[in-house]
Design a protein around this ligand. Sequence first.
Ligand code: F0G
Length: 420
Amino acid sequence: MRTPYLRCAACGKTLPATSPRADCPCGGLLDVVHDVRRTGAALRSRFDRRRRDGDRTVDGSGVWRFRELLLPGRGPTLTHPEGNTALYRRDAVARWVGHDDLALKHEGENPTGSFKDRGMTVAVTQAVRAGATAVACASTGNTSASMAAYAAQAGLPALVFVPAGKVAAGKLAQALAYGARTLLVKGDFDACLRLAREASDALGLALLNSINPWRIEGQKTIVWELLQQRGWDPPDWIVVPAGNLGNTAAFGKALREAHGFGLVRRVPRVVSVQAAGASPFYRSFRGGFRRRYRVQAETVATAIRIGDPASHDRAVRTIRETRGLVAAVGDREILEAKAVVDAAGIGCEPASAAAVAGARRLVREGTIRPGDSVVAILTGHILKDPGVVMDFHARAGRHRNPPVTIEARLSDVARLLKRR
Ligand code: F0G
């Protein structure tokens, strides 16, 4: 079959890239299979030229710049554009982590404030080309915000399923504002995903969760873009927060292909970091991946409050192939990491901070060694979850910075300045 095409990871069945299905009829997950004529230095220089000369359209997008290895071909491309996110280095964060060579790739700088835009631009584009008439997803918030925005651009009705009372204010506001029909489901994310899968099958909606292989294709570009930013010199470690495990799966595929097509000679180790209260993948890792677990998830990082990750098998492959690791960090560590990233003037949402807390854990254990290069992925913007920020600074703690109410007079200001 002409590439790219889809292949089921469970039964091996193949489908054309124009298939409207998000998963295989057998229930297995589909992978996109690629082949390209150009490889190695020729491919690198093509991507580099587009990065250098691309305008704010398809070539300039940090996703579509890599289109040969995503979704090539004709038809409309729904791009914002997205990607081109910065790699930051900040002494205060490096000091807290205890490691000098630490960079933060800020995916919160995408158009709707999270990495989801990278997957969504490809998945909505493919859905439009495949003739979709409506799109749907389950979400802890960011996926729904992103899908709503791209659906609006495409002129498609969007239906989102989110856990009632467990979505951060910024994300819910976005889904509503961009015009998605938003259903607050009495249940957790895992229940939302079950319902969204059922509804998509029964009602003919295009399902755009990360079980959709085109989402994975777009999210590969987080890794490719960071390799490109480093002049195609891979870091030793890439650390990423993990919930439904779509991103962990995408990172493995990105590295497998980057190596297979000669973009890099060496592959970094991927570390997936879960919140301790939502860590079925960590539990499975600890048991040598002999078993898959489902848990009742609870964590302050609502983005990764997921107990039964859909991309488990794909993510296992990533950890195995990259000699990677899985870590779990408590809510207190997550909030402290977030406070440090925020106070460095960068800022991120709680789930993103799990990556930084995870890096610190591995440095302290001696797993990440002095001299190793580390890139942690900040997955979402600080303004996604203002509620957590206000709560944190209202409570006692080392990093707190509560607001102060004063009378409208100079003496109050002077008194406060003196007290500092
Ligand atoms: N970080 C943020 C900010 C997220 O929103 C998510 C997932 C993750 C990390 C974890 O990524 O699921 O690929 O392992 N958010 C999904 C959503 C579940 O619905 O927005 P993952």
